[in-house]
Write a protein that binds this ligand. Structure first.
Ligand code: G1P
Length: 303
């Protein structure tokens, strides 16, 4: 199977991270010393992807710029002998080919993927990676899917088991396990009510799909929230060409959830030997305050 492109939709509003994302794309929020989107691109590269297709909009130009040279900055770093930093900024410009396509109207994730049709349709299959889901491990999310897609010659989506109360935040599948951790997908439903969820197996933002998905997306009308949903088009793929789901192993952070975003920051900062000891020293005295905060009774949140 010839798979060289990853589509990364980046045209979303990032309302979960407001007001931080009022004028900064959510994909550019830093996790320690790199923007969120760089972690996703690095995961793609680790999986063997060569071209990244950003489905973007007029406000997201800064994302493409991040993966380009910045001559002025490089000259300043060179002149001041900051060779390590110079290498770090150049490496980002050289890590991958960037292709950019506009999603001119925000009509949903399915529509965003459809915008990339002309760029990926010549390939046997392509990856889709959503920027909110960050995955780490020996073989991170997309690598696990690519392995199964190649060996089974089928479209594959990544899933994880989530607690009951969280099913309404995800696309949920029902499937038949055909090998440990690999399921044949029977049905999918986008963000169901708990009572209507067929399981607790949630789609996380990693997909490897054949271009058949575009035929199904073209026939997909507005679904949940009035948006064209990728999950609805995947049902067509499951019914006609077959669709597998793989339980993703490894560490995962939802960058749109403040608690997970902040934990990810600390997790990555702690990996830096220059920062580790000082950070631990500074965090330690904060923890008793965290305990106090737990005791404070907050008014119940109304949804
Ligand atoms: C999208 C998909 C949903 C999936 C989720 C994973 O929803 O529509 O099926 O479970 O990503 O993060 P979003 O979070 O963009 O609303």
């Amino acid at each position: 199977m010839y798979i060289r492109k990853a589509v990364i939709p980046v045209a979303g509003w990032g309302t979960r991270s407001l007001p931080a994302t009022k004028n900064i794309p959510k994909e550019m929020l830093p996790i320690y010393n790199k923007p969120v989107v760089q972690y996703v691109v690095e995961e793609a590269i680790k999986g063997g992807i060569q071209d990244v297709v950003f489905v973007s909009n007029r406000d997201k130009k800064v994302i493409e710029d991040h993966f380009d040279y910045n001559g002025q900055l490089e000259r300043i770093l060179e002149a001041s002998g900051k060779t390590e930093l110079l290498k770090a900024v150049r490496d980002v410009a050289e890590m991958v080919n960037i292709i950019s396509v506009r999603q001119k109207r925000a009509l949903g994730l399915g529509h965003a993927v459809l915008c990339a049709r002309d760029i990926v349709r010549g390939d046997d299959a392509f990856a889709i990676m959503l920027g909110d889901d960050l995955m780490f491990g020996m073989n991170p999310g997309i690598g696990q899917l690519l392995e199964v897609a190649r060996s089974e010659n089928k479209s594959v989506i990544g899933v994880v088991e989530v607690p009951q109360e969280e099913v309404k935040r995800y696309g949920i599948i029902s499937g038949t396990e055909q090998a440990p951790g690999v399921f044949k997908v029977n049905s999918l439903v986008e963000k169901p009510e708990v009572s209507k969820a067929p399981s607790r197996m949630a789609i996380i933002g990693r997909y490897v799909l054949t271009p058949h998905i575009f035929d199904h997306l073209e026939k997909t009308g507005p679904g949940k929230g009035g948006e064209i949903q990728l999950t609805d088009a995947l049902q067509g793929l499951a019914d006609n060409q077959g669709l597998l789901a793989v339980k993703i192993r490894g560490m995962r952070f939802d960058a749109g959830n403040w608690a997970e975003y902040l934990t990810a920051n600390i997790y990555f900062a702690l990996q830096d030997p220059d920062l580790h000891d000082e950070l631990v020293q500074r965090l330690k005295p904060l923890l008793p305050y965290a305990k106090e905060a737990e005791k404070i009774e907050l008014p119940r949140k109304v949804e």
